[in-house]
Design a protein around this ligand. Structure first.
Ligand SMILES: [Zn+2]
Ligand SMILES: [Zn+2]
Length: 342
């Protein structure tokens, strides 16, 4: 970090000024922790498909000039009044940034559905910056054994994959549609639970199929290919509505299609016969803090390993473009601390 930015307490940040345009690198004042909040020096920040939906304008209610990024790994540098997190500790900040705590969803353990919830990197500034502020109650301690780059994808890809897997019930044969950041973590959890995973990628994505097999997939092929057996559940990670009827066709009676993304293109109409037989279609929305506590206890026990592609903070738009085009296996992560000289 430049001497000037240390003296006048500024930071680098990538901001979204207008949907559909590249993020812009700016120098901004560092945020300070308010009551109940912590301020973090950002070490790394994972990149998620939801970030693409934000910058592309498919999620169209961002705060003005938002700093995207909701898989933040940081070191606590300031603790606001009433926040019970230790200074100097390493924490992760996920997508769920705040909930009301009062509505019927919050009161019944379903804070992921809170109508007043606010989300990191969307309605609250996120981690594509040197510093970030978060509500201390929504921060997770990062388990030992994970460096900042490795830990970042656990915060959304890992968590959402874990929640999606839970929605699949005790299905033995799972189909994963889209084998990116979330699937590459979820397969490790599923294998640990003794389930079989069938991986569906974009047609012709030999590298993705190889990657899935290397992580223990029983079979890998293109979406639309017939897997060797019927699926008990299908987890759709790709934002492609056509995959819903495709997955239904591959599903056994009583099976569930779980749509794990926050946005999806329209689902084409399909004959009732492929839903018949008590097949279920459902979505997975956000996460609860309980998901986080469970997953961050489980991940180091398996242990989940993440495959990470690091980019400098300034290259956030390039990383988003690579994600859109499927140019890497695993998860993209901004190595934010690499650009800081403290
Ligand atoms: Zn609520
Ligand atoms: Zn995400």
């Amino acid at each position: 970090m430049h001497l000037r930015s240390i003296l006048i307490k500024t930071m680098r940040a990538m901001i979204l000024e207008r949907a559909g345009q590249p993020l812009r690198l700016v120098e901004k004042n560092r945020p300070r922790a308010g009551t109940g909040q912590i301020a973090l020096r950002v070490l790394s920040c994972g990149i998620c498909r939801t970030d693409l939906h934000v910058v592309d304008g498919e999620l169209d209610q961002p705060k003005p000039s938002v700093i995207p990024g909701h898989q933040i790994v940081g070191e606590v540098v300031e603790v606001g009044a009433g926040a019970s997190v230790e200074r100097g500790s390493r924490v992760g900040i996920p997508w769920l940034g705040w909930t009301c705590g009062e509505c019927r969803y919050c009161a019944s353990g379903r804070e992921n559905l809170c109508g007043r919830a606010r989300f990191t990197g969307y309605q609250i500034d996120g981690g594509f910056a040197d510093y970030a502020v978060a509500d201390a109650r929504f921060a997770f301690p990062i388990p030992r054994g994970y460096d900042a780059l490795q830990a970042a994808p656990l915060l959304c890809a890992g968590l959402i994959g874990y929640r999606a897997l839970r929605m699949a019930g005790d299905a033995e044969r799972l189909g994963f549609y889209g084998f990116g950041a979330a699937a590459h973590v979820a397969i490790q959890v599923a294998r640990h639970q003794g389930r079989e995973v069938y991986a569906f990628t974009r047609p012709g994505d030999e590298k993705g199929q190889e990657f899935a097999r290397a992580l223990g997939a029983a079979w890998a092929g293109a979406a639309g290919d017939a897997p060797p057996g019927e699926l008990d559940a299908a987890l759709i990670f790709a934002p492609v509505g056509e995959l819903v009827p495709a997955a239904l066709r591959a599903l056994s009676r009583g099976g569930t299609v779980v749509c794990a993304g926050i946005h999806m293109s329209d689902i084409p109409s399909f004959p009732y016969a492929i839903l018949w037989g008590e097949r279920v279609i459902r979505s997975v929305a956000n996460l609860t803090r309980r998901d986080g506590e469970e997953f961050f206890a489980l991940a180091p026990a398996i242990p989940v390993r993440t495959t990470v592609h690091a980019y400098p903070l300034e290259d956030a738009s390039r990383a988003l473009g690579d994600l859109r085009e499927g140019r890497f296996e695993g998860a993209a992560v901004l190595d934010v601390s690499a650009g800081q000289s403290l």
